[in-house]
Design a protein around this ligand. Structure first.
Ligand SMILES: Cc1cc2nc3c(=O)[nH]c(=O)nc-3n(C[C@H](O)[C@H](O)[C@H](O)COP(=O)(O)OP(=O)(O)OC[C@H]3O[C@@H](n4cnc5c(N)ncnc54)[C@H](O)[C@@H]3O)c2cc1C
Length: 445
């Protein structure tokens, strides 16, 4: 069985790689990748760039921007010649303005690769075009940290507006059977990803109940509207300090009798957490006790806050809650994938990854155990998984692309997480950009 699975994984991995559009057709993207690659080679340059990206939204003028850029770059230990040249340019005021303009354009250019527009309305055309190409989406509204009840209300209102907008966008589009029906029944077209931390200013690990109640009140309104519009609501997972509260909010909400019929809802499981297998058992137990016409969707990811969790644990002298060995994390991801696929129809399964091995493993195991392709959803992030998205759609698999919308200022935290992920040495995309052989990337972790 294990040998057959491995053979299938290699086969599917090769087929997907062959179906990916060539990088040469995206010259600008290839340029970005080279820039990201350069950043990943030098730790101090990488740190300087991250600090710079953080302050860009606070800069008031190009001169200001260039001053920040040069002060960050001045901290880089060994500067390659282009950096030396940039620092010399910045010695005069006109030089600083020119450098500032170039830096601002660069940050915007990279940001637009990940952040598709400022509002759901602005990206309506793109959402429709993806659907026509066989790609479903989930929209994420980027926001700054929620510090007041007013900000939480505003975020909830933006979510309501987005749900209405998305329901309108997807009405009247041609049928795409692979995207809108599986063995459990119809799958909503409109899909919104929501952050519980943005729905309340009160979410604190030391006093979770208050924040949970506050978030629940706002989430309830969203769930009612999603149900009315037959839309899907997906609750993202953030750092570990809010994990238990987020899950409690979602499961408490869905346990209310009025939400037993709907809406379709989903949660996220982070495989980088050592205790994720127990977390999954908790979710499965709840799902078995609460059968729903729209089974709870579980989106399995590795986790986007790895650096944060490691640093936080070290600072407090706590044991790290995340795996520190990438292969162990990947093995856990595969074990959780199998456990989830075996647990259907109690849950619907979505695998969120850009790692060809992790994705091919999910497809192969599903097929080997008699599952239909339509009973597995594969999810990617806009900007990072574009080629994989096209390859999956071309092979008729169910793919959903996560599309963040918002302005550059509120998108900065998102952008930094994506940059960290993309330039981490052990990341699949980084290995691939470095030219690692496909067969090497497909071996069992
Ligand atoms: C549609 C979608 C939705 C998402 N939603 C969420 C969400 O709600 N919450 C969330 O946290 N993330 C979310 N993510 C982000 C996801 O966690 C990252 O994209 C993912 O971690 C990258 O993994 P990969 O399989 O694509 O790449 P890979 O390169 O295979 O894995 C990279 C990941 O491995 C882990 N890792 C890195 N180094 C080590 C190490 N030394 N030891 C152990 N583990 C390590 C980290 O999690 C890192 O991000 C989402 C992703 C997608 C595609």
């Amino acid at each position: 069985m294990a040998d057959v699975l491995e053979t299938q994984i290699r086969q599917i991995g090769r087929e997907l790689a062959a179906a990916m559009p060539s990088m040469s057709r995206h010259p600008l993207k290839a340029l970005d990748d080279r820039a990201l690659h350069l950043a990943s080679e030098d730790a101090s340059l990488r740190a300087a760039l991250f600090r710079f990206v953080d302050v860009v939204p606070a800069c008031r003028s190009l001169d200001d921007l260039a001053r920040h850029l040069t002060s960050f770059l001045a901290q880089v230990d060994e500067r390659p010649p282009p950096l030396e040249a940039a620092l010399r340019v910045a010695e005069t005021r006109p030089g600083r303005a020119a450098l500032g303009a170039a830096a601002a354009a660069g940050v915007k250019h990279i940001a637009h690769r990940f952040i598709v527009g400022e509002t759901p309305r602005e990206i309506a055309g793109m959402l429709r075009s993806l659907w026509r190409r066989g790609v479903a989406t989930t929209v994420d509204l980027l926001g700054e940290a929620t510090m007041t009840a007013g900000e939480a209300d505003r975020y909830a209102q933006r979510c309501r507006d987005a749900l209405e907008e998305l329901a309108g966008v997807y009405a009247g589009l041609p049928g795409r059977p692979a995207l809108e029906r599986d063995g459990a029944g119809p799958i909503p077209r409109a899909n919104l990803s929501v952050k519980v931390s943005a729905l309340t200013p009160l979410l604190r690990p030391d006093a979770p109940e208050l924040g949970e109640r506050d978030a629940l009140d706002r989430l309830r309104g969203l769930a009612e509207l999603a149900d009315e519009l037959a839309a899907h609501l997906h609750i993202d997972m953030e750092s570990l300090d809010s994990r238990d509260a987020v899950l409690a909010v979602v499961l408490d909400l869905l346990s209310e009798p009025r939400f037993a019929p709907g809406p379709s809802t989903g949660v996220v499981l982070q495989a980088y957490l050592r205790d994720s297998p127990e977390q999954l058992e908790r979710i499965l137990e709840w799902s078995r006790r609460h059968p729903r016409p729209h089974p709870l969707v579980v989106r399995l990811v590795k986790g986007a806050y790895w650096d944060h969790e490691v640093i936080e644990a070290h600072q407090h002298g706590w044991p790290t809650p995340v795996f520190e060995d990438k292969a162990a994390c990947d093995r856990n991801f595969e074990a959780l994938t199998r456990r989830l696929l075996d647990a259907r129809p109690a849950v619907r399964v979505a695998v969120g990854s850009h790692n060809l091995r992790s994705v091919a493993h999910a497809i192969a195991y599903n097929r080997m155990t008699g599952g239909d392709d339509r009973d597995l959803e594969l999810q990617v992030l806009r900007g990072l998984g574009d080629e994989l998205q096209d390859a999956l759609a071309a092979r008729g698999l169910r793919v959903r692309t996560y599309c963040p919308v918002g302005d550059l200022v509120s998108g900065m935290a998102y952008l930094v997480r994506r940059l960290l992920e993309n330039t981490a040495n052990e990341s699949f995309l980084h290995e691939r950009a470095r030219g690692a052989q496909l067969e090497e990337l497909l071996v069992a972790p």
